[in-house]
Design a protein around this ligand. Structure first.
Ligand code: SAM
Length: 470
């Protein structure tokens, strides 16, 4: 039996599914919520916030089979509020809710389609009450499913759930019709005042990197220590986890490989891969040399690289490049993929380049994978979020560089996107430098066809000049 009170907020007549909503714990509907939550003998089916939340029950043929709860911040403290960034409440408090405690009875209607229908009904109902942002926490193992729906990870907001004791990750979805989500069409038709995901993410980051850090609601959200090694945790998993990301790195490494192939007529003896990470770029370089040394400041990534058992042609050194010690003029080839963007001043660039020159044999070869000028464009940011699962927010734009924070899901990493032309001018002192035709390669080889924009990376490569050679 459907309850006599409450309102119907969603219906799927073909499958005899109905979603009914009611507020608080005094309603007949809340009894059904407890029934569903209590399934499987779970303890503590009732929570403090139930009293001031809206409850949604999914009925199949009048039988309650699913339940969900949504708490608006304006009505009271939301579940796990202390783990979310304070700025969300300060800036978006009136528009913020949390959909939580989803339960569904196992059976023919427990699939993604039913979940989607139910959450859609809930979102529509929340939109009508002024909600524009949903902040949730989910168990890490469910991350991919929520990403597919359109939810985005809040970097650094990771915690052990206080009652469930699960490894939890905080995610948000805002009513943004420009962001790909299961509810995009709903946001297009029912929302006059959208809240863009990029604005929310930027607000979160800026609150931590600037004086905005004094945002206060008693939240315990804090910046984690920013050690280099910590920042790159899980990068190896990110690189290999989704097909789009794999294809992306494959395209980058393929272009690097073509550039090296053109530069090096003969196989060389010794190469250095600066900022080698877990060794993906090192493996590419190894095709052109007898031995290769990879150096990286992330302890975890160096361990991962070593564990791959690549053999004695490979050596992985845990050190920042600045502290890396090696005999001078030893390397035939020095390559650095995605390294120059972690040098944040011209002085750092100059110091690194002169170190590279000192380690390189006369006439040695260099290759750099760098973010292209288009890396910071809004279109690329959208593609990055939707296709590649990374996000970024802009911090500063100057004639020679754009500074952003970038994240592949765990932490924000400050990245300086140097204008490629600026770098080429700087390199000119030491190297005869060229830029690989990345766009031509991608177009001719039909790679990364989802990129409807200038490619976000460039390959600069060349040979060291003889003294005074111009
Ligand atoms: C995006 S990853 C690229 C990894 C690898 N080159 C690849 O293409 O797969 C960037 C790497 O730069 C490393 N890194 C950043 N600054 C560094 C520094 N000063 N010295 C050594 N490694 C650094 C980080 O630890 C991280 O592994």
């Amino acid at each position: 039996m459907l309850p006599n009170s409450g309102k119907v907020v969603g219906e799927d007549a073909d499958n005899q599914l109905t979603v009914v909503a009611d507020f608080g714990i005094e309603s007949e509907l809340f009894g059904k919520v407890l029934q569903v939550r209590g399934d499987g003998g779970k303890s503590q089916p009732q929570y403090e916030f139930d009293e001031y939340s809206t409850h949604y029950v999914l009925f199949h043929n009048c039988e309650p089979i699913g339940s969900l709860t949504a708490t608006r911040h304006v009505d009271g403290k939301i579940d796990c509020e202390e783990f979310y960034p304070a700025v969300l409440f300060d800036r978006y408090g009136e528009q913020l809710a949390s959909i939580c405690k989803f339960r569904i009875r196992p059976g023919s209607h427990s699939g993604m389609k039913t979940f989607r229908m139910m959450v859609r009904a809930v979102w529509r109902d929340l939109l009508h009450s002024g909600v524009r942002i949903d902040v949730i926490n989910i168990e890490r193992s469910n991350l991919a499913a929520f990403r597919r729906i359109g939810y985005v990870v809040i970097p650094d907001a990771e915690f052990i759930h206080p009652t469930l004791e699960t490894d939890s990750v905080a995610m948000i979805l805002s009513a943004d019709p420009t962001h790909k989500s299961f509810f995009k069409d709903l946001f297009e038709t029912e929302v006059d005042t959208p809240v863009l995901m990029s604005d929310v993410l930027q607000a979160v980051e800026l609150s931590r990197t600037s004086a905005g850090n004094n945002a206060t609601t008693g939240s315990t959200f804090q910046q984690k220590p920013r050690e280099e090694g910590d920042k790159w945790t899980g990068y190896d998993v990110y690189q290999s986890d989704s097909r789009n990301v794999r294809e992306y790195y494959d395209a980058v490494n393929h272009c690097l490989s073509l550039a090296l192939h053109e530069s090096l007529t003969d196989r060389c003896q010794l190469a250095l891969d600066v900022a080698c990470g877990c060794g993906t770029s090192t493996r590419i370089i190894s095709r052109f040399t007898d031995r290769v040394i990879g150096v990286d400041s992330s302890w975890e990534l160096i361990q991962t690289a070593r564990k791959q058992g690549l053999g004695n042609r490979f050596e992985f050194v845990h050190s920042s490049f600045e502290d890396f010690q090696h005999e001078r003029r030893a390397f035939d080839l020095i390559s650095a993929s995605w390294y120059l963007n972690y040098l944040h001043s011209e002085a750092e660039l100059e110091a690194s380049l002169s170190k590279i020159v000192s380690l390189l044999k006369p006439m040695g070869t260099v290759a750099f994978v760098i973010p292209s000028a288009s890396y910071a464009l809004p279109t690329v940011q959208t593609i990055a979020r939707e296709e590649f699962g990374w996000q970024q927010a802009s911090l500063e734009t100057q004639p020679d560089f754009t500074r952003v924070v970038f994240s592949y899901g765990r932490q924000w990493i400050t990245t300086t996107i140097w204008q490629p032309l600026k770098l080429m001018r700087l390199f000119d002192k030491w190297f005869r430098i060229r830029s690989w035709d990345v766009k031509g390669t991608l177009a001719h080889e039909r790679r990364l066809e989802m990129l409807n924009t200038e490619p976000p990376f460039e390959i600069l490569y060349g040979t060291a000049r003889k003294n005074g050679d111009k």
